[in-house]
Design a protein around this ligand. Structure first.
Ligand code: HEC
Length: 149
C-alpha cells in the first residue's frame, strides 16, 4: 500500500516536471485586480448576456445570448486565476464540463465570444478578481477517493 502511494507520487511528480516546457504557466503571476471594477467590466463587455454570477445583482442584458451559464458559487476546489484567464481569453481550450449542448458549435468550439481584440489587460485582471471572489470552496463529502483497494 505504502509503495503504491509512493509510486503515485513519483508519477505525479514526473508529470508535474513535464509541465515545465516552454508552454508551462510556471512563473505566471497577475497583479491584484479590483473586483468592483471587474463587475463593471463584466456588464460593460456584455458578459452578462450569457452569464449571471451567483449571489450578484447584475442588470438584465439588452439582448440575451445563446446560453445562460451562472458563474461562481460552490466548487470543490479553488478556481485558479490560470483557469479563469484561460476560460476568458481561450474559451475553447477547455469547455466547462457542465455546459450543455448549446455551449458549443458543431465543430466543438465554445460559443463564448472571444474578447482578445477589445479587452484591456486591466479589464481581464479585474474580471478575474471579481469572478474569483464569488467562488466558494466546499469540500466534497468524502475525504478519500473510493477506489476499493
Ligand atoms: C455569447 C455567450 C457568452 C459571452 C458573451 C461570454 N461567455 Fe463566458 N462562457 C460561455 C459559454 C457557452 C461557456 C461554457 C463553454 C466554455 O467553457 O467555453 C462559457 C464559460 C465561461 C467561463 C468558464 C466557466 C467554468 O466553470 O469553467 C468563464 C470564467 C467565463 N465564461 C467568463 C466570461 C467572461 C468574463 C465574459 C465577458 C468578458 C464572458 N464569459 C462572456 C458563453 C459566453
Amino acid at each position: 500500500m505504502v509503495t503504491r502511494v509512493l509510486a503515485v507520487w513519483v508519477v505525479a511528480a514526473a508529470l508535474a516536471a513535464c509541465d515545465m516546457g516552454p508552454k508551462s504557466a510556471a512563473g505566471f503571476r497577475l497583479p491584484d485586480g479590483d473586483a468592483e471594477r471587474g463587475r463593471e467590466s463584466f456588464v460593460g463587455l456584455g458578459c452578462h448576456s450569457c452569464h449571471g454570477v451567483e449571489g450578484v445583482d447584475i442588470p438584465e442584458p439588452l439582448t440575451a445570448g445563446p446560453v445562460r451559464i451562472t458563474l461562481g458559487g460552490d466548487v470543490i476546489r479553488i478556481k485558479t486565476y490560470g483557469e479563469l484567464v484561460s476560460s476568458v481569453i481561450n474559451p475553447s481550450h477547455r469547455i466547462a464540463p457542465y455546459a450543455g449542448p448549446d455551449a458549443v458549435t458543431e465543430e466543438g468550439e465554445s460559443v463564448m465570444r472571444v474578447y482578445n481584440e477589445v479587452m484591456t489587460v486591466q479589464q481581464l485582471i479585474d474580471l478575474v478578481a471579481f469572478l474569483q471572489s464569488h467562488y466558494r470552496v466546499v469540500p466534497p463529502e468524502y475525504t478519500y477517493p473510493r477506489y476499493g483497494y
